[in-house]
Ligand binder design. Structure first.
Ligand SMILES: NS(=O)(=O)c1cccc(F)c1F
Ligand SMILES: [Zn+2]
Length: 262
């Protein structure tokens, strides 16, 4: 079996090339999408989201070569999401971000064509139906990801616990302990969200995600955005800045986007 070239975000291996090794890239349930007002419908039956999130104990913050991710030990005192559009309980497995090289592009979802500086993803797996993330990740009802837009403004105190550590993990695969992060403080004040059925936005692009995108963005300082944008990757063998790690919007292909707000 030929070694699969590693995917990435450069011209040579970026989002427009992923279909060659991951044909589902042209599927009918791909993410991200542009959240267009003309495609969204207020759904009064949508429940509020329920978070049973505790300040986490020791966690690993590692860089997979394209982003940093905070992995949670989802066996003990898990952070659990339920309600909203979801059936059952979903355990948080990791959180990570996507960004670009300027503050007006970097999010994956967009709102009526408008993009943000970055987007936080909080990845949960369906612990009511599956035993772990690996089992759930390819199932159509396997994952729920909360997307939170990020714009430049006031400093974000809770995200500072992450951005302060980033200069220490600029090398690919470096890891560092982070404890005491409270994921609840990474959510915006407003409970308003959009929801639709989509996919992972990175290979293998499994169509297994119920997306929940929060309407209200978080603000971080320009210094915090700088720290995020200064992550380096050795993935291509060269020590280079990560210029961007966001996938462009995909076809809605007739899907419905529901809004929890009018
Ligand atoms: N960008 S993303 O949230 O769709 C994502 C990426 C990698 C693994 C995942 F489980 C996942 F959900
Ligand atoms: Zn993501």
């Amino acid at each position: 079996m030929a070694e699969q070239p590693s995917w990435g975000y450069s011209k040579a291996n970026g989002p427009y090339t992923w279909v060659s090794h991951f044909p589902i890239a042209q599927g009918s349930r791909q993410s991200p999408v542009d959240l267009r007002s003309s495609d969204t419908r207020f759904d009064a039956k949508l429940q509020p989201l329920n978070y049973h999130y505790m300040p986490t104990s020791s966690r690993i913050l590692n860089n997979n070569g394209f982003s940093f991710k905070l992995s949670f030990d989802d066996s003990s005192d898990p952070c659990v999401l339920s309600g909203g559009p979801l059936d059952g309980h979903f355990r948080m497995n990791q959180l990570h971000m996507h960004w670009g090289c300027d503050e007006h592009a970097g999010s994956e979802h967009s709102v009526d064509g408008n993009t943000y500086a970055a987007e936080l993803h909080m990845v949960h797996w369906n612990s009511s139906k599956y035993s772990n993330m690996q089992q759930a990740v390819a199932q159509p009802d396997g994952l729920a990801v909360i997307g939170v837009f990020i714009q430049v403004g006031a400093e974000h105190k809770e995200l500072k616990k992450i951005t302060d550590l980033l200069p220490m993990i600029t090398q690919q695969d470096s890891k560092i302990e982070l404890s005491g992060l409270n994921p609840l403080l990474l959510l915006p004040c407003s409970p308003a969200y959009w929801t639709y059925l989509g996919s992972l936005t990175t290979p293998p692009l499994y169509e297994s995600v119920t997306w929940i995108v929060m309407k209200e963005p978080l603000s971080i300082s320009s210094q915090q955005l700088e720290a995020i944008q200064s992550l380096y990757s050795l993935r291509s063998g060269k020590h280079e800045r990560l210029l961007n790690n966001y996938r462009p919007p995909q076809l809605l292909a007739g899907r419905e986007i529901r809004a929890s707000f009018k």
